[in-house]
Design a protein around this ligand. Structure first.
Ligand code: UDP
Ligand code: MG
Length: 309
């Protein structure tokens, strides 16, 4: 059986088209398949459409979150609900071409356990967005050794991989990197990002920025090491400046460097604040994890699970 997980947030214009197009491709691959729409707390008519679709088509199932928990949570809820021997994750806006699923499926049949669709081109994006994405990927690669450039959330995973991901206890997840982190035999297929079918992107800049920050801190401690190293650097600087000042003092020509003192205070002050901020950020992550709240809350389900086969 093949399961397709489709996170959707305010996608009422896209859901019928997605169900139709993805269904058409998948039904040719396997008789037993399911499309799982995860409604990430949409405020439009998405849930009604999902309910209606699942009434009409036994292959379609839906989960509804009690509020917007974010795409990561939606993906993981879908992975948990999926019964398939292979599970694919695909966007609802048809930016991930459904036709590629058949290539991904045959690659999986040939033995790959993780089939990643990577972007051959990044599609239409603003220059600012592009710059932001580039620097994010560079920081991730340099600090954690995980190369995410061109990767997407469009993936097909073997049951073994899905089970491994389902067992991860953490709440703050980053699917794109975690599916690489768990290992397994990986294959990559290129695709061109299509323009959005309908509607606007569901990511605001602040949402994206938070996502990037939590992904970086979720995968590396490098920001903490940077604090230590800047501390070491300033210590060396302090020794040199200290000796110079003492020598000047002993020779009777102490510098009346009021500006120097102000400057040093400002620099040290801001570095300290920055350091405390970074530590505080990690601390808040630990706090969030330790509370052990669920990743998402499901308020409704629709459609029946098909018997495993
Ligand atoms: N999405 C979601 N929850 C969110 C934001 C987005 O489930 O809080 C879904 C959205 O419905 C879509 C996919 O994630 O299916 C990708 O979102 P979008 O197309 O807005 O992102 P982009 O393609 O611009 O990166
Ligand atoms: Mg999109």
């Amino acid at each position: 059986m093949l399961s397709i997980v489709i996170p959707s947030f305010n996608e009422q214009e896209n859901i019928p088209a997605a169900a139709r197009e993805i269904g058409a491709v998948v039904s040719r691959l396997s008789d037993e398949y399911e499309l799982i729409f995860v409604d990430d707390g949409s405020r439009d008519g998405s849930w009604d459409i999902i309910t209606q679709l699942s009434d009409e088509d036994p292959h379609i199932r839906g989960l509804r979150f009690s509020r917007n928990f974010g795409k990561e949570s939606a993906i993981f809820a879908g992975l948990k609900a999926a019964d398939g021997d292979a599970v694919a994750v695909i966007d609802c806006d048809l930016q991930h071409p459904p036709a590629l699923l058949s290539d991904m499926y045959s690659t999986w049949q040939d033995g790959a356990e993780v089939v990643e669709a990577v972007k051959a081109s990044r599609g239409k994006e603003g220059i600012f967005y592009k710059m932001f994405a580039k620097s994010f990927y560079r920081i991730m690669r340099k600090s954690s050794g995980i190369d995410l450039d061109r990767t997407s959330d469009y993936k097909l995973l073997d049951r073994k991989v899905v089970d491994a991901l389902n067992e991860l206890p953490e709440r703050l997840t980053f699917f794109r990197a975690l599916s690489g982190w768990v290992g397994f035999k990986t294959a990559r297929i290129e695709f061109d990002v299509a323009p959005r079918n309908a509607g606007k992107t569901k990511w605001s800049f602040s949402k994206l920025f938070k996502y990037a920050l939590s992904s970086i801190t979720g995968f590396t401690n490098v920001p903490m090491h940077i604090i230590t190293w800047s501390g070491v650097l300033f210590f060396i600087f302090a020794i040199i400046l200290g000796i110079q000042t003492l020598v000047n003092f002993c020779m009777g020509n102490a510098a009346d460097g009021f500006s120097t003192v102000i400057l040093l205070l400002l620099i040290i002050g801001s570095i300290l604040m920055l350091g405390i901020g970074i530590i505080g950020y990690y601390l808040s992550k630990i706090y969030e994890e330790i509370k052990c709240r669920p990743r998402y809350i499901i308020s409704q389900r629709t459609g029946n699970r098909q018997s495993k086969g």
